[in-house]
Design a binder for this molecule. Sequence first.
Ligand code: ITT
Length: 196
Amino acid sequence: MKIVLASSNAHKVKEINEIVEKLGYNIEFILPEGDFDPVEDGNTFEDNSLIKAKAAWELTHTWCLADDSGLCIKALDNRPGIFSARYAETPQKRIEKVLNEMKNINSREAFFACAMTLINPNGKVEFSYKGICEGKIAFEAKGEHGFGYDPIFVVKNTNKTMAELNDDEKNEISHRSIALKKVLSYISEAHLAENE
Ligand code: ITT
């Protein structure tokens, strides 16, 4: 079964296909052809996930999954949140901005969220789920793996940043893997892959 991932983020599709393969599902996620950049003007991860899933369905009329995700920092009223991808110009500048805003703040609790929306070939929402991964903001960036804010996110009950975990370790615990596992179980239990 092929599913269009309503995204232009190559890191997301790589992580998702690694998780799928590791779990032994016969499903492949592919990015839409050409530029995919719908206006994400929702107020929540769920809203933006639905906007992206619908936009991909409009283009393809096939199974589409959207992943809207981001970093929420409790002391910053959950910023950057839905603005995570646009918080500053580059990934490096986004990390610097967060570290700077958190400079004198001791309460560093944060979480990553990932809202997934699965749309069927008829254009109807088939399943949705939001995964959360808890942790705290580091005082400095560490680690080379992953992407985005991984170098400054210390995973709960560890002293490692998400970027110090290897791909398999991140995929065991990430917000994305928590949401994706629910989506995959749904696909499997509803026997959706068998009809494709
Ligand atoms: P698409 O909308 O095209 O899927 P995007 O990167 O713009 O790609 P989002 O709007 O969902 O996606 O924003 C997600 C941002 O949140 C992403 O660019 C990272 O900055 C951050 N983020 C999400 N998941 C992450 C992860 O697993 N590790 C680190 N940062 C993450």
